[in-house]
Write a protein that binds this ligand. Sequence first.
Ligand code: PRP
Length: 206
Amino acid sequence: MLTIAMPKGRIFEEALELLRKAGYALPPEFAESRKLMIDIPEEDMRFILAKPMDVVTYVEHGVADLGIAGKDVLLEEERDVYELLDLHISQCRLAVAGLPNSRLNDIAPRVATKYPNIASSYFREQGEQVEIIPLNGSIELAPLIGLADRIVDIVSTGRTLKENGLVEFETIANVTSRLIVNPVSYRMKDEKIDELVERLTAVIAS
Ligand code: PRP
């Protein structure tokens, strides 16, 4: 059986559609269910539903053979998983944003983010010494209430920035979802995994 860790939230719907187009018969109630582990015996598959950042952990520990994870998550933490395929879904970007016409505070510039590693290496490369303020969500609040001069966050439609009066200054990286695999699973279940990759590749190409 193949166990696949899927991210709950916005990637989920697009990933589901991709798997269905690849010919996997996933039941219609799949998306609405609150179950966190769903077996599809007809396909010899098990899905586990996890927070995007945790998908990689399940795959790294081998309790899931495969996972779907955003490139943002893969860039943030170096993990012992292989990236097999760019699924070209959930396209967005990692960007630096802040209040319009605002400058980086010269003395102690602060950057709020869910991506402390990406943010610190980005600003280090720019020659800026900044203090990173890690947050778990609603990052756009930070400049509005004076917690940070800049944020590093995901921009998808740009609506959250706009509605909060923020502007994007620089793009750090373009982001799409990737299929990742546990290295041991890939050795043990290579035939099944290669078949999944082939079927997904055909859908992506079309
Ligand atoms: C993400 C991201 C931005 C928003 C961008 O947040 O962190 O806040 O989506 O999307 P947009 O450009 O289409 O507006 P998410 O909804 O995942 O929640 P979070 O604030 O808890 O991170």
